[in-house]
Design a protein around this ligand. Structure first.
Ligand code: OAD
Length: 255
């Protein structure tokens, strides 16, 4: 499926007018990098029950099983994943002076690898480990997975520095994300099912404050036709490439 050129040009025109753009991204933007999403066909939650393995209570009561079933596999997947045209397209929009910040629900670090300079990791990062006792952070190179779960020098268990179900969003990141959403002129909502709060609420804040909302997703979401001004039904990589080309065309014409 590919969105029409008319819709691409509507999205590009809104981007070209923007100087304080924000992107909100979800698992779908990393699908073309080989990382499966959570929901829908082939999603992680089809294979494992999130309440059994992705809830903080599960980690506290059975850390070895959560490490074995969830963290170890994700860690391996992320060491080899590289950014795709979706991540690179958002970085190009930053270079073009349109996009300020990427707010991502992803923990894979691919926006930073693509070169985006201001990335809010709303659900934390898998690249860093945090001690469940003393809260000191360390990196994966400092540990081996011979023994699961890995142990901090203080004796408590280590975990990836991600937000699990049942845990709050860092209040500073939440506040900054709300402020950026309230002040942006264009918001690109890319590859998220827009079902997990409070991230799913950010496009509504942006819309209420007059931003133009562009949604990119092969499937409709609760935002489609209600909040989004333009919905581009297609994979993030292909659609972002077309938007960037159309914006370059507009900017070239106005030179
Ligand atoms: P989901 O797995 O809920 O949704 C992924 C979205 O990506 C779906 O709407 C798909 O249609 C779309 N998608 C699939 N392939 C795509 C592609 N090639 N290009 C663009 N979009 C594509 O992922 P999130 O919305 O990120 O939280 O989920 C939000 C949160 O729920 C996650 O951060 C995680 C999860 O539980 C925690 O673990 C706390």
């Amino acid at each position: 499926m590919q969105p029409s050129q008319t819709l691409i040009e509507q999205a590009a025109a809104a981007c070209a007018r923007g100087t304080k753009g924000v992107a909100l991204t979800g698992a779908g933007i990393s699908v073309e990098s080989g990382i499966p999403p959570f929901r829908g066909k082939g999603g992680l939650w089809e294979k494992i029950d999130p309440m059994k393995y992705a809830h903080i209570d599960a980690l506290v009561s059975n850390p070895a099983e959560v490490w074995e079933v969830l963290f170890r596999g994700i860690g391996e997947l992320l060491t080899t994943a590289t950014p795709n045209a979706g991540h690179l397209g958002l970085q190009r929009l930053e270079q073009m002076g349109i996009l300020q910040t990427v707010i991502t629900q992803n923990v894979d670090g691919l926006h930073q690898k693509a070169g985006s300079s201001d990335v809010i990791e709303f659900h934390g990062t898998h690249a860093v480990l945090r001690c469940m006792g003393c809260h000191v952070r360390s990196d994966w190179q400092a540990i081996t997975l011979d023994r699961i779960p890995p142990v901090c020098p203080c004796g408590a268990y280590l975990r990836p520095d991600v937000v699990m179900f049942g845990e709050p969003i860092d209040v500073g990141l939440l506040r900054r994300s709300q402020i950026l959403s309230a002040n942006c002129d264009v918001m690109l909502v890319v590859g998220t099912s827009a079902t997990v709060e409070p991230a799913a609420y950010l496009p509504l804040i942006a819309k209420d404050r007059g931003a133009f909302i562009i949604e990119i997703n092969p499937e409709p979401t609760p935002l489609t036709d209600r909040v989004s001004d333009v919905t581009l039904l297609g994979p993030a990589g292909e659609v972002m490439e077309r938007i960037v080309a159309a914006v370059a065309n507009i900017q070239g014409r106005s030179l």
